[in-house]
Design a protein around this ligand. Sequence first.
Ligand SMILES: Nc1ncnc2c1ncn2[C@@H]1O[C@H](COP(=O)(O)OP(=O)(O)O)[C@@H](O)[C@H]1O
Ligand SMILES: [Mg+2]
Length: 272
Amino acid sequence: MSQPYLAHFALKESPFSKEIPDGELWLPSSKQDVVETLITALDEHASVVLVGEPGVGKTCVLRALRHRIPAAGFRLTYCHNATLGRRDFYRQLCHAVGLSPAATAGSLFYALSRHVEERAAERVHPVFLLDEAHLLHQDTLDHLHILLNYAWDSRALLSLILVGLPELRERLSLRRNRSLHSRLHHRLEVAALTPEDTTEYLRMRMERAGCTREVFASDSIVLLHEATTGAMRDLDRLAAAALRETARKKRKLVERDVVSRVIEADTRERDR
Ligand SMILES: Nc1ncnc2c1ncn2[C@@H]1O[C@H](COP(=O)(O)OP(=O)(O)O)[C@@H](O)[C@H]1O
Ligand SMILES: [Mg+2]
């Protein structure tokens, strides 16, 4: 086994890896609600903006949606490189939906619109999921509402789901972006974990990796929760480091002193 701490805690795999199958994602009621609202929105052929701090589980919510949505009726296309000018952005979208990208911006746009109309004719609703959308270039944002316009803006043939950091919401509410903003009917947020969520998340991750006993002492969980302010990506990193350090000390329980040192080392590393 590559990592000695796994044997120490009788784990069959790394408990805090990001490689979780879509169907096994953890959905406490707050995240379940977001997934349900997304499904309702797509059933209505509406568009959505979804924001949240880094690491709170936005992209995983999209994966849970992919798992839940009926495959026959919807075609989800995921794009995560938002740092492109308008033409390259549309070129990327063309690639992602399986079209060979045309040369000019006009023909890219035309190819995409045609693709959307063809899916509608097959009774398949296309959904473009634009992750990291807070990074979208302004010239792309300026144009997105035009991509939503079919048959003189009388048909909802496409849904956009814009996902990003909370500053995305501020950007969209600028006057310049009002044409797009007014077309995003559902405005959702993935909230940070509550202290109870943090406890449940740690337990769930340990259980999935094969360890059913309580490994994190409750005061060490409090520290982890405070340090991560409910962001799971930070929790993954710190919890794994705490497990490694606890195994090195040959202890069975992850205790407050170890977590405190791990957090200090992590902060030092970050501030370097
Ligand atoms: N629903 C979930 N179930 C299990 N783990 C999750 C879940 N949501 C997030 N995570 C963990 O947190 C990490 C960060 O989540 P992610 O969705 O990438 O955050 P964001 O997109 O908000 O930055 C994931 O790699 C995963 O380890
Ligand atoms: Mg993400």
